[in-house]
Design a protein around this ligand. Structure first.
Ligand code: AMP
Ligand code: ZN
Length: 125
């Protein structure tokens, strides 16, 4: 199987499931990967298409984007979202990133939920 070499991982002090997925040491249904970004199917999908897009490097959340390097990694996730949406022919999609426990963040490795395939309500509850 094709394995993209990931050499720029910054290992967190605690073990991180999304770092493990990006490094292909933990199982996931990976749908996109390059040297910056990994995207895989959410294990508890909330929409017909529910993909998580993460930087390969460990960044805790949007709140940890404190320099240009981290901002660039986050931007790569948005670029990947566009490429995934185009490749899948999605007519519309929603990107969500929960930031902090009070906002519902459960995994503290930056991730964008890409949701599509059903009508999305707005405003959010
Ligand atoms: P959040 O609440 O924004 O931190 O979202 C975490 C998301 O990660 C949830 O939607 C989980 O279903 C998903 N998730 C957690 N662990 C895994 C995993 N090993 N593989 C795929 N999705 C996962
Ligand atoms: Zn991580």
């Amino acid at each position: 199987m094709f394995q993209f070499p990931i050499s720029n991982l910054q290992f967190p002090i605690m073990s991180c499931i999304f770092c493990e997925i990006a490094a292909r040491r933990a199982p996931a249904d990976i749908v996109f990967q390059d040297e910056h970004v990994t995207a895989f199917m959410d294990k508890h999908p909330r929409a017909p298409t529910h993909i998580l897009i993460i930087p390969n490097s460990h960044i805790e959340s949007v709140d940890a984007i404190a320099d240009d390097a981290a901002a660039w990694q986050a931007a790569q996730c948005l670029r990947a979202a566009r490429e995934i949406a185009r490749a899948r022919g999605l007519s519309g999609y929603r990107l969500i990133t929960n930031t902090g426990a009070d906002a519902g963040q459960a995994v503290f490795h930056l991730h964008f939920h890409l949701l599509a395939g059903r009508k999305m309500g707005w405003p959010l509850g």
